[in-house]
Design a protein around this ligand. Structure first.
Ligand code: FAD
Length: 317
């Protein structure tokens, strides 16, 4: 069967082993990847022994899988990153338990004199609406004062660290006062399904700026490894929003079905997607009418093959 061997993606290969700077001393490097869009569709179609088809069909299948939360084929793609980040970023990062990682050891190595200092534009006040967040930027003079204080503390703490090492104190003890702004490094490996979960949380505006900066760089790498999957992720996760039951109810009451019909007509969404939206909004009669129109269209590009509805190997065992 052609095309089933190790998958190589030229755009991803071009990124390998290149460090992309993040913050003042950090970076992200794509160490390796396993699989790509082709592996996702191979895995999804495994029960029929089929591999990739046309790009159009593969895109439709990947979109269908993500849209319907058939996530296991995405777990067949693995990415390994080498990341250098401040400790406070790493603490948030390692909450994502489905990754495998190996971090530099402060017991074994002398930690380098590298600390994160925000740029003046990133010095922000405490948010009044979100207890976990920053809000406004501050006057340049205030920003300089804040950065100066951070720098002075980092400098003195590192001087004490060095002095303890020179006194022969164990590295594992000498390091214990080093601040959260110290840079650490790790190899971090994760499958694509869980990486999408990481990115959807860490690219969100609620996430801290400093971890979002890493997410932005990683997103460009993921896009290179599997552009079709990334496109589906943007459509169905990153740019999508979940509504609560009460929120949905408000919307349902406010919707004018005829205006909605016009908007759908001009939306460019395929018939299946239009029906799905009507179903989500609880407009059953309209959804049934859309389903009948789909059936009337007689399959073809807008139904089974295009959407992946009838695609082999996507059903749960
Ligand atoms: C804006 C923001 C603020 C946050 N604030 C805080 C905070 O104040 N304090 C704090 O402690 N944390 C905080 N967190 C961390 C947050 O609570 C999660 O721990 C973190 O985002 C990882 O999410 P996860 O568990 O879904 O991801 P992962 O650990 O990557 O898990 C991915 C998926 O696998 C499932 N999974 C993983 N491990 C298991 C397991 N052992 N058993 C069953 N299912 C598993 C998860 O349920 C999830 O669906 C915050 C996160 C964000 C994004």
């Amino acid at each position: 069967m052609p095309g089933m061997a190790r998958i190589s993606v030229p755009d991803a290969d071009a990124l390998l082993d290149k460090s992309f700077p993040v913050l003042d001393h950090g970076f992200v490097r794509l160490v390796d990847y396993l699989g790509g869009d082709a592996r996702i569709v191979q895995a999804a179609r495994v029960s029929y022994g089929e591999g990739t088809k046309t790009v159009r069909e593969d895109r439709a299948l990947i979109d269908y899988l993500l849209r319907n939360r058939h996530t296991s084929p995405f777990e067949q793609v693995i990415l390994t990153f080498h990341v250098k980040m401040p400790v406070f970023v790493a603490r948030q990062w390692i909450r994502h338990r489905t990754a495998r990682l190996n971090e530099i050891s402060g017991r074994y190595s002398v930690m380098r004199d590298e600390f994160y200092l925000p740029r003046p534009v990133e010095v922000r006040t405490q948010s009044t609406r979100n207890r976990q967040g920053g809000e406004r930027t501050v006057e340049p003079a205030t920003a300089e004062r804040v950065i100066g204080a951070l720098r002075a503390d980092q400098h003195s703490t590192y001087q004490h660290y060095q002095a303890l090492l020179e006194d022969g104190i164990a590295r594992e003890l000498a390091r214990i006062n080093l601040p959260l702004s110290l840079y650490t490094e790790m190899y971090w490996q994760i499958d694509l399904n869980n990486l999408f979960h990481f990115l959807s949380l860490r690219l969100d505006w609620h996430a801290q700026y400093e971890i979002r900066a890493y997410g932005d760089v990683m997103a460009t790498m993921v896009r290179a490894v599997c552009p079709l999957a990334f496109q589906a992720f943007e459509e169905h996760e990153l740019n999508a929003r979940t509504l609560s039951g009460s929120e949905l109810e408000v919307l349902r009451r406010a919707i004018d079905p005829s205006r909605l019909a016009d908007a759908l007509e001009g939306s460019g969404l395929r018939k299946t997607r239009r029906r799905e939206l009507l179903e989500k909004l609880g407009l059953r009669a309209e959804a049934n009418a859309e389903a009948n129109a789909e059936a009337g269209a007689g399959g073809g590009a807008e139904t089974g093959a295009e959407t992946g509805e009838d695609a082999p190997g996507v059903a749960e065992g």
